[in-house]
Structure formats: C-alpha cells, structure tokens
Ligand binder design. Structure first.
Ligand code: IPE
Ligand code: IPE
Ligand code: MG
Length: 235
C-alpha cells in the first residue's frame, strides 16, 4: 500500500454543469466524496491522505463561489470533526493561515489540537495552499534564522528545507490522484511530489468512489518506481 496518497479533487463545477445545476451543488456533493475517500483510505490502511481543497489561486474565482467554499470548509469541520476524532483520525492543515477569516483559522486550529494525539489515518487538508508559496515561506523562515545567527547557510540542505515546509513530519506522497481528466499539478505539493507517481482519472470529483480509488491504487502497483536508480524488477 502507498503510505501517502494525495488527491487533487477536481471537476466539481463540470459535474454540476453536466446536470444543469449551479457549480456550488458540485462542491456540496464533493464533501460526500471526501467522506468516502477518508473511509476507503482508512480501510485500505493508508497512513496519510492529503486532499487539495482550496488553492492559493482559487481566490481568482467569483466572490460568491469563494465564500461558498469557505463556508463549506467551516461546515465540514464543524459537522465532521467529532466523528473524525472518534475514528482516531489526526487532522493536519497545510496552506497559508494568514489571510483566512479568523473564525476559519480558529476552527482549523481546533481540529488540529483536538486530534493531534490520534494514531490512525492522518488527514491533511490543503486549504489556501500553493506549493510555490509554501517554498517561498520556507526560504523566508530559513533566511530569518540565518540573519539571527541561528543557522549556518552551509547547513541548509534538503532535510532542512523539508522540515521548514507546512508538511514537516509527513512523508512525501507516493501517489497523487487527480480527477476530472485534467493532467496538471496546479501548484500542489511542488517540493514533495518530486518522485510521486501520478494517476489521472476521468471521473469528476463528486463521482469519486471506492472503485475509482481502488483503480488508482491498482495503477500505482503497475508502476515501477526507480527514484533515478535501476528497476528492482530488472536483471
Ligand atoms: C474542484 O472543482 C474544487 C475546487 C477547485 C475548489 P472545480 O471547482 O475546479 O471544478 P471544475 O474544474 O470547474 O469542473
Ligand atoms: C486545483 O483545481 C485546486 C483544487 C483542486 C483545490 P483547479 O480547478 O483550481 O485547477 P486549474 O485552475 O484547473 O489548474
Ligand atoms: Mg477545476
């Protein structure tokens, strides 16, 4: 089993458009798909599941869609936190906390605090997240340490950078799944996906179910991960 599966949940708008519904109906349905994905990941024994919920660039959408997505996150945390906690799930949030409404920031802090000692699946929610922005923040934090004399530039290595990212302590994704047929990364986990396997599924996110999840895992098993070396299957 992959240790860490990360998902770019795409296609809510098109799912809705296909049915003549407003885009927000697709987002609303997408929450059920997140719940299914969490259940499936738990059942499969996956240790880390990351879901890309709102990108740093999604602010470019119309204000009413942005505020709907903010409200949806709030409702999801309020409604599901107790159950996630009861299921021993540890919640981590990655992304820029500053710039979010203060009630959302408080909820996200609460979710992390409440579940921090849980030992089951780690659910990583990428919200207001951008891979490049995350790297820029890390560079800035390291530069501050250098300026303060607490860090020697010679000691800045890959481990030091990794430990300064929002994802510190979380292993890199083994598998990244993107739904909706788009084949791009859209600023997701730029640093962490250097050697991840990517699986692109045609289904829209609200239709993502256990079968779709399993098909991505099956595809992952057919891949030959070499990490620049030679195949374990060769020779
Ligand atoms: C993914 O669905 C959800 C978010 C990006 C928040 P989209 O809203 O991107 O749906 P499409 O890509 O327009 O169909
Ligand atoms: C990526 O989807 C972001 C999330 C799934 C949250 P987008 O729909 O925003 O990506 P682009 O704009 O098609 O690249
Ligand atoms: Mg999209």
């Amino acid at each position: 089993m992959p240790t860490h599966v990360a998902i770019i949940m795409d296609g809510n708008g098109r799912w809705a458009a296909q049915r003549g519904l407003p885009r927000f109906e697709g987002h609303r349905k997408g929450i059920d798909a997140i719940r299914r994905a969490v259940r499936t990941a738990t059942d499969l024994g996956i240790r880390y599941l990351t879901v890309y919920s709102f990108s740093a660039e999604n602010w470019r959408r119309p204000a009413d869609e942005v505020s709907y997505l903010m409200g949806l996150l709030k409702r999801f945390v309020r409604h599901d936190l107790a159950e996630l906690h009861a299921n021993n799930i540890r919640v981590r949030i990655i992304g820029e906390r500053e710039g979010l409404p203060s009630d959302i920031r408080m909820l996200l802090d609460e979710a992390e605090q409440l579940t921090r000692s849980n030992s089951g699946l780690t659910l990583v929610i990428a919200f207001n997240y951008g891979g490049r922005q995350e790297i820029v923040s890390a560079i800035r934090a390291l530069a501050v340490k250098v300026k303060e004399g607490a860090l020697d530039p010679a000691d800045i290595d890959m481990d030091a950078v990794g430990a300064t990212l929002d994802t510190h302590g979380i292993p890199d994704p083994d598998l990244v799944i993107r739904t909706s047929g788009e084949q791009r990364v859209s600023n997701f986990l730029t640093w962490q996906t250097a050697y991840s396997e990517f699986v692109f599924l045609p289904c829209f996110w609200p239709d993502f179910d256990e079968t779709a999840f399993q098909s991505a895992i099956d595809e992952y098993y057919r891949r030959d991960r070499r990490f620049g070396g030679l195949s374990a299957r060769a020779g």
